[in-house]
Write a protein that binds this ligand. Structure first.
Ligand SMILES: [Zn+2]
Ligand SMILES: [Zn+2]
Length: 93
């Protein structure tokens, strides 16, 4: 038994192993995990996307780091794009 999963610091759905393990075994998820990674197909954890969009998905720890980085980049890209459009608008006036 791994206690770090019991504490659920990831904010993932590993609690399903206590409440509804059939949901996980039907999906072929091995014990200690609660999802299959969308990027690489390895066992991972189902959790909220760490970016500006309200999406829940499954990622292994390695891919979650990549997705989190992309989420941060996306959050910075939106104000940057607005700024660029504003500058272009001012220049063309
Ligand atoms: Zn989990
Ligand atoms: Zn992965």
């Amino acid at each position: 038994m791994e206690y770090r999963h019991m504490e659920n610091e990831r904010g993932c759905y590993c609690g399903l192993w206590q409440t509804n393990p059939a949901t996980l075994t039907e999906q072929g998820v091995p014990p200690g995990f609660c999802g299959i990674c969308e990027r690489c197909g390895q066992p991972g954890h189902t959790r909220h996307f760490p970016g500006p969009v309200p999406v829940t998905g499954s990622w292994c720890d390695r891919c979650y780091g990549i997705v989190a980085w992309q989420g941060r980049a996306l959050r910075l890209a939106i104000p940057a794009a607005v700024l660029i459009i504003a500058v272009i608008y001012l220049l063309l006036r």
